[in-house]
Design a protein around this ligand. Sequence first.
Ligand code: BES
Ligand code: ZN
Length: 593
Amino acid sequence: MSRIDPHSFVDDTQPRTRHADLSLDVDFARRVVTGEIHLRFVAPGSGPLDLDTKGLTIHAVATPDGKAVPHALGEETPILGRRLRLDLPPGTPAVSIRFATSPDAVALQWLDPAQTAGGSHPFLYSQCQAIHARTVLPLQDTPAVRISYRAEVTVPEPLSVVMSAGPAGDRRGPRPGTRTFVFEMPQPIPPYLFALAAGRLASRDLSPRSRVFAEPEVVEKAAWEFAGVEETIRTAETLFGPYPWDRYDMLVLPPSFPYGGMENPRMTFLTPTVLAGDRSLVDVVAHELAHSWTGNLVTNATMEHFWLNEGATTWAERRILEALHGAPAAVLSWAIGEKALRDSFTRFGSGSPLTKLKTDLAGTDPDDAFSSIPYEKGARFFALLERTAGRERFDRFLAAYLARFRFTSITSGEFLAFLEAELPGLAAGVRADEWMSGTGLPANAPVFESEALEKLSDLAARFPEGARPSTSEVARWTPAEKLVYLQRIPRPAPPAACAALDGLLGLSTQGNWELLAEWLAIAAASDYEPAFPRLREVLGSVGRMKYLRPLYNALGATLRTRALAREVYAGAKPRMHVLSRRVVESVLAAYPS
Ligand code: BES
Ligand code: ZN
């Protein structure tokens, strides 16, 4: 037996799945998806086949000619779930499994009508990365096993369905009052990119190959915010080659969505907090779009190589930003990322093994290991390679890398071996080993500087002594400049200083969530009461973990703010995504009692 991924029961000596045909029925009343999955193998196989499942009920397993396949669920294990071992008869080309999900499947969030913008229909969305696909489907849930898929999904009318796949029509459903939507994903994807959402959805075309989906109440605002997406796609294409997934559509979710964005192929999922009203947060789209090459086309083989996905993509996102808005804008983005990196080093301790690029995650839940380190340390490693090789040579390397590994899933070792073959000596020259297996940030990390950045840092550092920018100066700042300034404000700040900051930047009435969240973190850490009503609203409505963690952390500062945090969380908890809950609970548990 040969396990290839610490987060999966997959055994590479067994048959390998190449394609899945799905038939899913969504039951909002029971919060259950029932279905059938038909797994087709690369070649006919026999004997044991281990699949991943978590919380699934298995009703029946059969061969294509209808013979029952003996099967057994193993012991429940806390991170991986339960192994489903099938015993395939000789020469089995495929199996069908009938199953049902559990109402608390981690990958599925079921929303009551009251949790949607429209308020009158329920909503369902999935989030499978990193290892939650197995709570929806029994399959080989490791990124190393890529599959194409076709799906038929039945939902109650008038809901519609979108997936990480191309739409292939819809028809009347099997029961009155239902409709069945059909999808095809012809390209092989890792299972974590399986995605589905069902709700009352409207859409607007943004270009011949891009469309945004959202609830009807939100769709106009979304269409305005993302009007520039075609320009972003074209810019990315000049950097990374032709867009490889046909369409690039987006879905704006209700506010409980735990991430900023998720790069589900052909259908990026987005938090509504990116709808700033001034297009200032569309870099999230640049990031998810960049995953179309780094992550979705060339994929980390396991979560131990997650930096290959997120580091490359964060670097790619900033190349897109630079091409669209110039080098100084990219420098600010690196500076904003640096703050996130420092926070993660503080959270784990900079000597923690979780600060390595190549991590050892046996026995660790990838959700617990999640941080800005693979993003920001990984992106800095890419930038170091780029600077050392020179941009032109590195861009040629990148093109060769994407061409060599397209539609495959690779390890850090495979990346480094290819780097050595293409640009001999570069890895040794930048001490790649230290980046991979050393903790903290290596001394040769690239530094990003600009005049604007220096000014803003200096101004913020002198905030406690009373230094303030003038109103006209602030009026000229971009949202990114405001954010850099706010991030560098020392805290706690006295009430008068908080009030001045709020007045100067108009923070309480911010449409930009990055600015709002940073302001509220300052206010929370400063026990600044006038901001509490807005803070309550935000914590009560938003599921994005990037905001919840620092806000609840900041509320740990005093007895009074800790009480506020516990009270607000108790109220918000029932409506929250299970992943967001876990993050908040881990922060609350670390409060001094
Ligand atoms: N793929 C990630 C989100 C993710 C990572 C979900 C790991 C589950 C497990 C996505 O591309 C991402 O990085 N989103 C960021 C966007 C930001 C970096 C622009 C987010 O959600 O904040
Ligand atoms: Zn990402």
